[in-house]
Design a binder for this molecule. Structure first.
Ligand SMILES: Nc1nc2c(ncn2[C@@H]2O[C@H](COP(=O)(O)OP(=O)(O)OP(=O)(O)O)[C@@H](O)[C@H]2O)c(=O)[nH]1
Length: 345
């Protein structure tokens, strides 16, 4: 049972590009006066998700409510980064009523849940629930099943690779820890795909867990917040491929940041990102760039082979209009091909 004297924290997990940031923004926009704070962790060093949430213009949501933990993976840096960041929020004169924790897409949630038993924080916070966001179209297209090309690229880079498919492992671990699963991006799915993916999700779930469908993370906040799971007291029900944070070091993945020049139109950069996404081993590309003559910042997002773009906000006065794309892939992904595609004139 949940302890009402503790501040509830919702852990939002889900593979790269599943829609975690989109969901967090939706929750902030529909908080109905509830004081929410967000801890956001990214694998790449762009500080992208945080800036995306900060730039939201949501009433009552200030910069202090968003704490970024970039350049790493929250599940591996629990002591150094996560607990101190949580303490900053808890020690504020007016602490949040509920904390959302968006993990990186490569994080395994269990070590994070376990950290809630640390003496330093256990009397003050509880894991209200672990939410796994699933990219429906990605699962339907077999992204987490064995991909011979990706595996070959990885083996070429590292002969010590011992497990079959690191993507499947992360995907499974996130489901194994979940109290609620959101099958997201249903706007891009046919009914037959939905049934197939729902069956696949259910195969991985170790216990009765609710699965709900969503598009663009539009989920009623009352379904998500207030689950009262106290997950930290229930670790045995959440099996994992890696039971300790020490035996998990993200050696299977790597990321680079590539500067990009101003483009004449958004379509130019979108076409480059589409080409870069085809390079062997690439999983996620995201970033921003200036467009000649435009006051707004162009955001381009690639998830697998799908690329989307929009203008998120005006460039700030005195802000350097530097474009940058972060690319995350399996270790040994084809960096040269990605660079050539993104920098093509
Ligand atoms: N069509 C469609 N696109 C979506 C949906 N949810 C998110 N997206 C898009 O998918 C891309 C990735 O969404 P994010 O919310 O940034 O995903 P994320 O899980 O936070 O990504 P990482 O933090 O990089 O792992 C963006 O271009 C979103 O606009 C959805 O339900 N439908």
């Amino acid at each position: 049972m949940s302890d009402l004297s503790k501040i509830p924290c919702t852990i939002i997990t889900g593979f790269l590009g599943a829609g975690k940031t989109t969901l967090v923004r939706h929750l902030l926009e529909n908080a109905n006066g509830r004081r929410l704070a967000v801890l956001v962790n990214e694998f790449g060093d762009l500080g992208f998700d945080g800036s995306f949430i900060e730039g939201c213009g949501i009433e009552g949501c200030t910069q202090d409510d968003i704490v970024e933990l970039p350049n790493g993976c929250i599940c591996c840096t629990v002591a150094d980064d996560f607990v101190p960041a949580l303490n900053i929020l808890l020690n504020r004169p007016n602490p949040p009523e509920h904390i959302l924790i968006e993990t990186s897409g490569l994080a395994l949630p269990k070590p994070l849940v376990r950290a809630f038993n640390w003496p330093e924080i256990r009397s003050r916070v509880t894991v209200d629930g672990v939410v796994a966001v699933v990219d429906g179209p990605a699962v339907a297209s077999g992204a987490f099943a064995d991909d011979p090309d990706a595996l070959e690229a990885q083996r070429a880079a590292d002969t010590s690779v011992d497990h079959e498919n690191p993507l499947e492992e992360v995907f499974e671990d996130q489901l194994l820890c979940a109290d609620l699963v959101i099958l997201n991006k249903t706007d891009q799915m046919q009914a037959a795909d939905k049934s197939k993916v729902l069956a696949e999700i259910n195969e991985h779930l170790p216990r009765a867990v609710k699965v709900i469908e969503a598009a663009h993370g539009k989920v009623d906040p009352t379904v998500l917040l207030g689950m009262g799971a106290a997950a930290e007291a229930d670790l045995d029900a959440r099996p994992s491929h890696h039971e300790t944070e020490d035996d998990h070091d993200h050696d299977d993945f790597e990321s680079i940041a590539i500067p990009v020049d101003a483009v004449a139109t958004p379509e130019v950069l979108v076409a480059r990102v589409e080409r870069a996404a085809e390079a062997a081993g690439v999983l996620r590309i995201k970033g921003f760039a200036p467009v000649n003559g435009k006051p707004m910042r162009l955001v381009v997002q690639g998830v697998g082979q799908r690329v989307a773009h929009h203008f998120d906000r005006p460039w700030k006065v005195n802000e350097a209009r530097d474009g940058r794309m972060v690319v995350i892939g399996l270790k040994g992904f084809d960096v040269k091909a990605v660079e050539a595609a993104l920098r093509a004139g």
